[in-house]
Write a protein that binds this ligand. Structure first.
Ligand code: PLP
Length: 369
């Protein structure tokens, strides 16, 4: 089938670019001697996760227990659930622990530690647990400079109901950067905060086997990973406009686009209507800290066109120049590079895999919680 024959809006994955991105990150991890445990929430498919892993590095990272169940059924045996566990999810987590070779959970609250221990004591199970550390993003995790954080690590390591796996962080503040030089600084901070905290724990007699970091911008620009054992980037399989804008990737590396149809021309307003709105692209504002005009995605090969407004199913394109409407007849197709590919992908029940103008495969991602 040719791309022109698809119903729109449709989520397209450029297979050669996807493969190149997957290989690039594998090579970075190998060269720097760190384990790659990719975050698969970006795509939520078995197909891409299989490409990202290898017999010597079979582990993946997920963001929901439903994802963990989906990947367990798809044959994955080593999974980290990288959202702080809550007491009401422990029975599901216990089932996953029993059916997988490795199922890691994480926490950063003393109350959660008590809940995990209580559950373990009652049900005779030992959870594999990471301590979540805040390396500067301030979204989740303990402050490694506080004695209470060392104390929590000590309690985790000493517990009869916990197998303490190590420390884990996500440098999400790398997304506040404006260029590669700034990303390098965040990558250094992520590495140093984690390496120093791990050393402090080891010196205090607390074994800390795994030191896990991850975000696509820092994984792309880290000068090295001294003191780190594992990286967990996810977005790099597709990249997006945000990553290109902050210099995390090159624009031509972006592997995901939304195919859309021009539905109407409004020359009086210098506008075109497309059938990709917020339910096809998400309302992510992209790298709005860069101070550029807000757009909801970039129009591939037409940099002067601006997707400036979206409603649920409507998208409106304008331009600072008069639009050459004759180049975009009603019924013609455009491809939109999403601001944030993870959120955009999550809106589609299936993905179309393409090579040049041919649809070569169709993948079904998992959905739900
Ligand atoms: C805990 C955790 N690890 C890893 C990642 C992957 O980072 P990225 O989306 O930048 O690839 C995320 C993304 O939000 C995350 O929350």
């Amino acid at each position: 089938m040719r791309i022109e024959e698809l119903k729109t809006p449709a989520f397209l994955i450029d297979l050669p670019k996807l493969k190149a991105n997957v290989q690039m990150m594998k090579a970075r991890a190998q060269k720097n001697n760190v384990n790659l445990r990719p975050h698969v929430k970006t795509h939520k498919t078995a197909e891409i996760a299989k490409m990202q892993t290898a017999p010597e590095a079979p582990g993946i990272t997920v963001s929901t227990l439903a994802e963990a169940r989906f990947y367990q059924k798809s044959g994955f045996k080593d999974i980290s659930y990288a959202f702080p566990i809550t007491a009401n999810k422990l029975s599901e987590a216990a089932e996953l622990s029993a059916s997988l070779n490795v199922f890691n959970i994480l926490l950063d609250q003393p109350q959660t530690l008590s809940a995990v221990e209580e559950y373990g004591r009652e049900h005779g199970i030992k959870f594999k647990v990471f301590l979540k550390v805040d390396c500067g993003y301030h979204r989740a995790g303990v402050d490694p400079s506080k004695p209470a954080s060392v104390q929590l690590a000590r309690q985790l390591a000493a517990s009869d109901y916990i197998d303490f796996r190590g420390i884990l962080t996500h440098a999400g503040h790398s997304y506040h950067c404006s260029n590669p030089a700034e990303i390098v600084e965040v990558a250094r901070q992520e590495r140093d905060v984690m390496a120093q905290f791990a050393e402090q724990l080891q010196n205090g007699g607390i074994a800390c086997d795994t030191v896990s970091v991850g975000s696509t911008p820092t994984a792309m620009h880290a000068p090295d990973w001294q003191g780190v054992t594992e990286i967990r980037p996810g977005n790099y399989v597709f990249f997006d406009k945000f990553q290109a804008d902050i210099g995390s990737c090159r624009p031509e590396q972006v592997a995901a686009t939304v195919l859309t149809t021009v539905a109407a021309h409004y020359p009086a307003h210098n506008q075109m209507l497309i059938d990709a709105g917020a339910l096809a692209l998400s309302k992510d504002l992209g790298a709005d800290h860069l101070g550029d005009e807000i757009v909801f995605g970039a129009v591939l090969n037409h940099p002067r066109l601006r997707l400036f407004s979206i409603c649920q199913e409507h998208g409106l394109i304008t331009s600072n120049d008069p639009i050459a409407f004759e180049k975009h007849p009603v019924g013609s197709l455009l491809q939109i590079i999403p601001n944030h590919s993870c959120l955009t992908a999550a809106l589609f029940p299936k993905y179309h895999v393409v090579e040049e103008d041919q649809v070569v495969d169709e993948w079904t991602p998992m959905r739900g919680w």
